[in-house]
Design a protein around this ligand. Sequence first.
Ligand code: ASN
Ligand code: ZN
Ligand code: CA
Length: 333
Amino acid sequence: EWQAVQNGTGHTVYSGTVDLTTTQSGSSYNLTDGARGGHKTYNLNRGTSGTGTLFSGSDDVWGNGSPSNLESAAADAHYGAALTWDYYKNVHGRSGIRGDGVGAYSRVHYGNNYVNAFWSDSCFCMTYGDGSGNANPLTSIDVAAHEMTHGLTSNTAGLNYSGESGGLNEATSDIFGATVEFYANNSSDVGDYLIGEEIDINGDGTPLRYMDKPSKDGASKDSWYSGIGSIDVHYSSGPANHFFYLLSEGSGTKTINGVTYNSPTSDGLPVTGIGRAKAEKIWFRALTTKFTSTTNYAGARTGTLAATGELYGTDSAEYKAVQDAWAGINVGT
Ligand code: ASN
Ligand code: ZN
Ligand code: CA
């Protein structure tokens, strides 16, 4: 049975009122995105197993903006998945996580007061907790794109989730978490180099991670050092996040969309940014054609330089910026 793509409306927790792509089935509507590989959004209703129940309803309006309405976080998750799909398709020419046009699915309302979200290769799905007090669902755009990108990494480079490759895996999710948020560019979400600034995971309004100076979170590293592979992958990601910021925006102080960044370099030398549009092309090409499961920081330098040479030439300003940005986090000096 052929079913037309429907244009629903989501009243999200974090992104205001957004368009959602849905499906009509008989007299009801459900959160199946027929324009993006059939991506579906399910309700775990605070349980922790199974697929849950596909969100459906008699009208095509989802949530009311409050986390206490269980459709609100569903609207965020459905929207974040759609944006991430559109970003990879329109910016990088990739159709879906596996590049085969097939959607994944999302599960929201996992557990009680569960302060995390995760991707799973085994279900080919993303899962979101509701956060502390079930009041801060982990469904912001950058978190959704972060989790979905774990699926992409798993199906491309396959970076092992431990040691330096694990840090690069985490950084890849933060990098594209940020670039998808910039891509969204709606009035509630103009884009930044902060991760999780909307979900209030620290309870004081601070973000989970900072790409301009990762050590601002109190645990992440700004630069590579011998032995960084033995710390948590969410902290060894810091230097690669910092590399991406430096390559995009350059070192020093800069205000973007109202957020002021101040990015140092480990060698004290300046880096001239080439812009996010080029930096994201370089990281994507390296991830999908150069990195392997065991790529470490030195290998990431080699891989991004190879990708940059192919995209812009080895005599280019872009190539020099990639060299300088790696030097700025103490890789390849
Ligand atoms: N939210 C976390 C992440 O995506 C879950 C985990 O630690 N794997 O990294
Ligand atoms: Zn992650
Ligand atoms: Ca963000």
